[in-house]
Design a protein around this ligand. Structure first.
Ligand code: BGC
Length: 493
């Protein structure tokens, strides 16, 4: 399958630019708790996460729900894309996925079994506005009301993502989706409606999941829906519209949500790791973080495209107004980051940018997916850099996890010790961050159960519950026990 393997380094390379760096150490106390619970479990206080640290799991609508033709839902660009021959590795689609739409109560039991206290899910725009704009479909929102009520009844806090890539196909057909300024406007109307009607139930909203991937894989490389391969100028304009959509949605949620509603993005920041932890390399990695995220986090946080970003884009630079930049940088309440892999190991350099990016040697290991190189320190450095660069006080790890081969053994158990190894190492680094005062408030493991992994179809399993896609039966993998134990200890098991 030609589309399959685009490493996230490729996003990084084409993502953006800038210079500068600086500022003071991240604020926050965040020293490890030394609770009675941990002493009782013989857990050294220094290895604990802060008290009240939020443990959760994450999924997204098209990857789990199924029920694509039910209760008035219309097709999204992912329905169209997945049904186009040659797009999905195993020629599958999300028509039934894990059938979460009907099995959500069972899934909430799984969350409870783990001891999670938060669930990040996404709302399918084409369920709520089948035509993208205009008349809402109350039955669409009813599903999310049922889901949220069941979560609340089980003591699980809902974190709702408004857009995890499933644009109503109607908007793609009508005005070219994110290539048009009409889509950010439509997104704001949808966000306003959701805030109005779910604001009594949901306190935490994420605007857009991974702007960078939907821009580059969807509109540059053609590997994700809508499968476009735009020239650089078009791609830069899409990136701007997506950022604008984020900002307009922040404003819509503020205007229509309840008091106390909190909102932020869920971005997969290009992760820049100091190759060796010297002060010079750390500073270089901060500069690289700012520079390589210029079209996303940097413009959201600073309200301007950096000089280097615009200079590099040249005649292909996006068209925008000062008002756009003000909207894009509307104040947020927290920053969500998806962290899977180190995108770059950075070395300080005496050049214009102040750094060089070390090439990855062929011998660098990877998990089942070839793009997923384990580099646990990424989950330490990403939040540390963003806290420092933009003085961010509240950070959530909105996704982290790995696929694995996950064959059930003769006794039926999936002994996914590679996933446990991965999670243990990442969580150890995350604990290091919280112990040093980096303000990470919670962690959402990707993902609760195996699901439709985009252009990899069902070939890449990321769940800690195994799903038999014929029967839709869920079975805990060994990693589910690892996660449960970690949550119970509030420390890495
Ligand atoms: C996405 C998920 C995806 C995961 C693993 C993230 O890019 O938000 O939808 O399944 O990575 O590839």
């Amino acid at each position: 399958m030609s589309f399959k393997r685009f490493s996230r380094r490729q996003f990084g390379r084409i993502a953006g630019w800038s210079t500068l760096a600086m500022s003071m150490l991240p604020a926050g106390s965040g020293l490890a708790q030394s609770g009675a619970d941990n002493r009782a479990r013989n857990q050294p206080a220094s290895s604990a996460f802060p008290s009240g640290f939020l443990w959760g799991t994450a999924t997204s609508a098209y990857q789990v729900e199924g029920a694509v033709n039910e209760d008035g839902r219309s097709p999204s660009i992912w329905d169209r894309f997945a049904h186009t021959p040659g797009t999905i590795a195993d020629r599958s689609n999300g028509d039934t996925a894990t059938n979460h739409y009907h099995l959500y109560k069972e899934d909430i039991r799984l969350m409870k079994e783990l001891g999670t206290k938060a669930y990040r899910f996404s709302i399918a725009w084409p369920r709520v506005f089948p035509d993208g704009t205009g008349s809402p479909n109350p039955k669409g929102l009813d599903f999310y009301k049922r889901l949220i009520d069941e979560l609340s009844a089980n003591g699980i806090e809902p974190f709702a993502t408004l857009y995890h890539w499933d644009l109503p196909q109607a908007l793609q057909d009508r005005f070219g989706g994110w290539t048009s300024r009409d889509t950010p406007k439509a997104f704001a109307d949808y966000a306003a409606y959701v805030a109005q009607h779910l604001g009594d139930r949901v306190k935490y909203f994420f605007t857009i999941n991974e702007c960078s991937r939907l821009v580059h894989l969807g509109h540059g490389l053609g590997a994700d829906a809508p499968g476009l391969k735009l020239p650089q100028s078009g791609l830069n304009q899409v990136r701007h519209h997506v950022a604008l959509g984020h900002g307009l949605a922040v404003q819509a949620i503020r205007a229509h949500g309840r008091i106390g509603t909190k909102v932020g993005p869920a971005e997969n920041a290009v992760s820049c790791i100091p190759a060796i932890e010297t002060p010079a390399n750390i500073r270089a990695a901060e500069m690289a973080t700012r520079e390589l995220n210029a079209g996303y986090l940097t413009v959201m946080m600073e309200g301007k495209y950096t000089d280097a970003y615009l200079a590099k884009a040249g005649n292909d630079a996006p068209k925008f107004t000062p008002e756009d930049l003000r909207i894009i940088s509307s104040p947020i309440d927290f920053l969500g980051v998806n962290v899977y892999t180190p995108d770059h190991y950075v070395i300080a350099a005496d050049n214009e940018r102040g750094f060089t990016l070390a090439p990855f040697p062929d011998s660098f290991p990877h998990m089942k997916a070839s793009w997923l190189r384990p580099g646990p320190e990424a989950i330490y450095w990403v939040p540390r850099h963003i806290a420092k660069l933009w003085n961010v006080k509240s950070i959530y790890i909105t996704e982290n996890g790995t696929s694995a081969s996950d064959q059930p053994a003769a006794d039926g158990t999936v002994y996914d010790v590679d996933r446990i190894m991965y999670l243990r190492n990442y969580l150890t680094q995350l604990q290091r961050a919280t112990a040093e005062g980096v303000p990470v408030l919670g962690y959402f493991l990707w993902t609760l159960m195996d699901n439709f992994e985009w252009s990899d179809g069902y070939e890449q399993r990321f769940g800690i519950y195994h799903v038999d896609f014929e029967t839709k039966r869920r079975t805990p993998k060994l990693s589910a026990a690892f996660y449960r134990e970690t949550i119970a200890r509030n420390a890495v098991a």
